[in-house]
Design a protein. Structure first.
Length: 79
């Protein structure tokens, strides 16, 4: 009978290694993503609402019709 040969060190699979970092902690990217989407939706809604204000109401808040049209023309992602 031959003596047992030493086994090479084979790395064992680790549950945390080799996993996709995107899925390792979803809350790290889901929460900020949802907040961003909600902020964009709120911005779009507010810009659309400005278009329906009368000139007198716009004057009360210190905006002109041209200001409102410029603001409403911006894409939702632009502050």
């Amino acid at each position: 009978m031959r003596p047992a040969r030493p086994q090479p060190d084979i790395p064992r699979p680790d549950a945390t290694k080799g996993t996709d970092p995107l899925w390792s902690a979803p809350s790290k990217w889901i929460d900020p993503t949802i907040r961003t989407l909600l902020r964009w939706e709120d911005r779009r809604r507010q810009r659309r609402a400005l278009l329906y204000l009368s000139d007198a109401m716009l004057k009360d808040i210190g905006l002109s019709r041209a200001d409102v049209e410029n603001e409403a023309a911006k894409p939702f992602w632009m502050p």
